[in-house]
Unconditional design. Structure first.
Length: 80
């Protein structure tokens, strides 16, 4: 009776261990292939360029807002 019980428990844990190992291998392969695909299509470079463009556009917007504010202040001073 104990022999049957021990083998069934070992089978359950062995199956669980195999499952966890397969998941870990799958995640590793996914992460490796993801980096290769992103490198091949240069996605990282495109994302970096878009971030730089966003920063430049924010700087331009801030300057335009300052110019607009200066124009409003000048028009208020000439009217007053």
């Amino acid at each position: 009776m104990n022999i049957l019980l021990d083998s069934s428990i070992g089978g359950v844990f062995g199956g669980l261990l195999s499952f966890v190992f397969a998941i870990a291998i799958s995640i590793g392969i996914f992460l490796l292939l993801r980096n290769v695909i992103l490198w091949y299509y240069k996605v990282n470079i495109v994302v970096k360029a878009l971030e730089e463009q966003t920063e430049i556009q924010r700087a331009i917007l801030e300057k335009l807002e300052r110019i607009e504010l200066a124009k409003k202040q000048d028009s208020n001073q000439t009217q007053g």
